[in-house]
Design a protein around this ligand. Structure first.
Ligand SMILES: NC(=O)C1=CN([C@@H]2O[C@H](COP(=O)(O)OP(=O)(O)OC[C@H]3O[C@@H](n4cnc5c(N)ncnc54)[C@H](OP(=O)(O)O)[C@@H]3O)[C@@H](O)[C@H]2O)C=CC1
Ligand SMILES: O=C1OC[C@@H](O)[C@H](O)[C@H]1O
Length: 379
């Protein structure tokens, strides 16, 4: 290992605290959080003090340009992700960016191109892909354990509190279920489908008021098909910020099923079922316990955050090996996922999020566009 890889943290919010806590599980000669940068020095100092981070910087540029920082973690709100990543790349630093990578697929593709042109590592924080249960699921799918995969169903919902600490979910620019969690089930789908974008994405859902006007997508149900060289594959995705969903992923193949159990975004259990006719199967459940919460971590803000250690260790490995992307979650998968999320968001918000469809009068449909612009809402 040599000397530890020194992490710099951009943003002092909830997820940055969880990420720093999880990193404490890595050996001291492997990784160290050396600095934090926040919009205000006071916020950076408070974060540094509470989590034992040696340095605090005022501003994200100062953090990125700290010569002691080897790699930057971006834990800010989504509308700032691409800018923060560009700041890190401009300073010559590899960067791990919380999901979503950018505000849309086009911006994600530009960021990937920028990192490549600078010869710097870039990863979107799709941490689920680094969990041992998902690594095993990939291995089983690739080995043909369930035969040709013909269907995937995946969901993710949690009861966000937009009036409390989850205000970011009703941000008029970056809020909504698409920007918060839809990338997880889509990533589960791509594990079987590959990174070629599907020819067909059909989505519907509901919206709710955004902070300060307009609406954001709040639930989405979608069907995806036409995946490149996998014409037999269809997928369904269901997400909401209104309630906890079963949060399971089921891969159905011609020989059986593979189930990632709840909570599928931080999974520790999967079941392989080999069909025996239509009514029976032979089942085997595999367990991959999450690591313990490290000493010195603050109480986690989001469940399962100790699992960030898998992603962080993978970044360290990639940096030591001089790779520019992680094989567990490639640039192409990030971009395709974000393009699909773009389609989900625009289908739900442009369609009026179910309210208009529920009224269903033809003149509502014809006047929808100008009424929405005038009122900034669908009601
Ligand atoms: N992987 C996962 O499981 C999870 C990932 N996330 C992702 O992490 C990101 C942050 O979420 P979370 O930590 O809950 O959010 P918070 O609201 O707690 O923190 C976000 C941070 O963003 C920074 N920021 C920069 N610009 C702005 C701005 N204009 N308005 C508000 N904040 C700003 C602030 O940092 P400062 O002022 O300190 O510089 C703030 O502390 C999101 O993109 C989300 O998708 C969130 C939860 C779980
Ligand atoms: O990435 C995430 O995963 C867990 C959720 O609770 C959180 O809102 C989301 O951002």
């Amino acid at each position: 290992a040599g000397r530890p890889i020194r992490w710099g943290i951009m943003g002092s919010g909830l997820i940055s605290s969880d990420f720093v806590g999880a990193l404490k599980a890595l050996p001291a000669d492997e990784a160290k959080v050396i600095a934090v940068g926040a919009r205000s020095l006071e916020a950076a100092q408070a974060f540094a003090t509470s989590l034992g981070v040696p340095k605090a910087h005022a501003g994200y540029e100062a953090l990125a340009n700290d010569p002691d920082v080897d790699v930057v973690y971006v834990g800010t709100v989504a509308q700032t992700h691409a800018d923060c990543a560009r700041i890190a790349l401009a300073a010559g630093k590899p960067v791990l960016v919380e999901k979503p990578l950018a505000m849309n697929g086009e911006e994600a593709a530009e960021l990937v191109a920028l990192a490549k042109s600078r010869g710097l590592f870039l990863l979107e924080g799709m941490w689920t892909r680094f969990f041992p249960a998902v690594v095993k699921a990939r291995e089983l799918l690739e080995a043909g354990a369930i035969g040709e995969v013909v269907a995937v169903s995946a969901d993710f919902g949690w009861p966000a509190d937009p009036d409390g600490e989850h205000g970011r979910t009703v941000d008029p620019v970056s809020g909504g279920v698409g920007m918060d969690v839809a990338m997880y089930p889509v990533a589960h789908v791509l594990l079987a489908a590959g990174a070629t974008p599907p020819a067909s994405v059909v989505a519907t859902g509901s919206t709710r008021p955004a902070a300060g006007g307009g609406r954001v997508d709040w639930s989405v149900a979608a069907g995806l098909s036409g995946f490149g060289d996998r014409p037999a594959l269809s997928a369904t995705v269901l997400c909401t910020l209104d309630a906890s969903t079963p949060e399971e992923v089921v891969y159905t193949g011609k020989k059986g099923t593979l189930r990632l159990h709840r909570p599928a975004h931080t999974p520790s259990r999967l079941t392989l079922s080999i069909a025996e006719g239509r009514e029976a199967s032979t089942d085997e459940t595999l367990e991959f316990a999450l690591p313990p919460v490290p000493a010195g971590a603050l109480p986690f803000n989001y469940p399962g955050s100790q699992g960030f250690v898998y992603e962080a260790a993978a970044v360290n490995r990639a940096l030591r090996e001089g790779r520019l992307e992680a094989e567990e979650w490639t640039h192409a998968e990030s971009v395709t996922t974000q393009r699909i999320v773009d389609q989900l968001r625009s289908s739900v918000v442009r369609a009026g999020g179910g309210k208009r469809e529920a009224r269903g009068r033809w003149w509502d449909l014809r006047t929808w566009g100008w009424r929405a612009r005038r009122e900034g809402a669908t009601e």
